[in-house]
Ligand binder design. Structure first.
Ligand SMILES: NC(=O)c1ccc[n+]([C@@H]2O[C@H](COP(=O)([O-])OP(=O)(O)OC[C@H]3O[C@@H](n4cnc5c(N)ncnc54)[C@H](OP(=O)(O)O)[C@@H]3O)[C@@H](O)[C@H]2O)c1
Length: 342
């Protein structure tokens, strides 16, 4: 069977990496969408840094590309939060395309943007297509942790402590992490009611759903991560002076009706030399358990997870399908072969 026909919506750091992985697994890329004038009109292979041309011209007209190419799926790697995601996602769904995104909020947005989520769910159902978000969280902050929880008899708390390097990603995420801001700017942003939902909160909401737990309350405490000495941010092409932000840490706590308390301390910052990603989870209960994955290449697992999810999203029932409504994440040796009969 031929591989799925894919439109790449967003050709930044993650979109470029995912382009290579999709092609290597037999996906057929039929369209590409970007925003900045310097990318428009160029070949996708060139924009994505691949050694060959792909015969796909990068366009600024997302809905037009989807209408003209009728893809099996749109892989959208443009933004983190609902306000920026809503328009492009809705347009693709209205054109009758499935959408798979890396948006951290849309991993589980029923509690953070309820009205917009209900609207996108309704548009997806009406058009017979699916909206899902995946990425690093799918495997390392939800899937592995829910499996750990599944090996416990009784759970009091589950606590994660994870770090990732802003410079493994593009400028979108570096701006999200307020790299270069002053501590005062961070404090005023973090304390406003308009602050977008933390990545940790939506991840814990996704984890609760997969674990069959009912969220009854969520709180966040945040702190800035400051440069001790001037540090180069590759993602932004700037130097962060000592005393200014290289990122921040959120500690999210989610309370559940059934009892288990879920906590995630997440640091996203520009690393100093010698630092590396970590993913450590402790479960307190019977028995108490630990899960550690250190030195993770989070940017690679982000995109490989995204690509491995493509068949699940194409096969899913229409609507907004969160991870609890999908099969467990699994390896795909190829996107081109049909799934075996159930
Ligand atoms: N869930 C996860 O595991 C995970 C992991 C990594 C990243 N992410 C998220 O994925 C997103 C992309 O990350 P990245 O590292 O690839 O960022 P990036 O390098 O900054 O790329 C984002 C790209 O999106 C494009 N874009 C933004 N708005 C657009 C629009 N309305 N129409 C068309 N293109 C648009 C930009 O295009 P131009 O360059 O043309 O302006 C840019 O190239 C971020 O929000 C990030 O937080 C999630």
């Amino acid at each position: 069977m031929a591989g799925p026909r894919v439109v790449m919506y967003g050709v930044g750091a993650m979109g470029s990496l995912a382009t290579r992985m999709i092609l290597e697994k037999g996906g057929r890329i039929v369209g590409a969408v970007a925003r900045s004038p310097e990318k428009l009109g160029r070949d996708l292979g060139d924009v994505a840094g691949l050694p060959e041309r792909l015969g796909v011209e990068v366009s600024g007209d997302g809905p037009g590309v989807v209408r003209a190419t009728r893809p099996d799926i749109v892989v959208m790697t443009i933004a983190s939060y609902m306000p920026e995601m809503y328009g492009p996602v809705r347009a693709c769904l209205e054109e009758g395309a499935n959408v798979l995104s890396l948006s951290e909020e849309l991993l589980s947005s029923w509690r953070t943007s309820a009205d917009e989520t209900a609207e996108l769910d309704a548009v997806a159902r009406k058009n017979g297509v699916t909206l899902t978000c995946s990425g690093h969280q799918d495997g390392y902050w939800v899937g592995l942790v829910s499996t750990l929880m599944g090996t416990a008899h009784r759970i009091e708390t589950v606590r994660g402590s994870v770090t990732w390097n802003v410079d493994d990603f593009g400028p979108e995420l570096a701006r999200d992490q307020m790299v270069g801001a002053s501590p005062e700017e961070f404090t005023s942003w973090a304390s406003t009611a308009k602050r977008p939902p933390t990545f940790g909160r939506t991840s814990l909401h996704a984890l609760a759903a997969v674990a069959g737990l009912t969220v009854v309350g969520s709180e966040t405490v945040s702190r800035p991560e400051l440069a001790a000495v001037p540090l180069t941010c590759k993602a932004l092409g700037t130097t962060v002076e000592a005393g200014r932000l290289i990122g921040f840490t959120d500690v999210d706590t989610v309370h559940t009706a059934e009892g288990p308390v879920l906590v995630l301390e997440m640091t996203g910052k520009v690393y100093a030399p010698g630092e590396s990603d970590s993913n450590r989870w402790s479960l307190v209960g019977e028995p108490s358990l630990e899960l550690h994955n250190d030195d993770l290449p989070t940017h690679l697992t982000t995109c490989s997870t995204l690509v491995n999810r493509i068949p699940d999203v194409i096969a899913a029932e229409p609507g907004y399908r969160t991870l609890d409504l999908l099969p467990p994440l699994r390896y795909r040796s190829t996107l081109a072969s049909a799934d075996p009969p159930a």
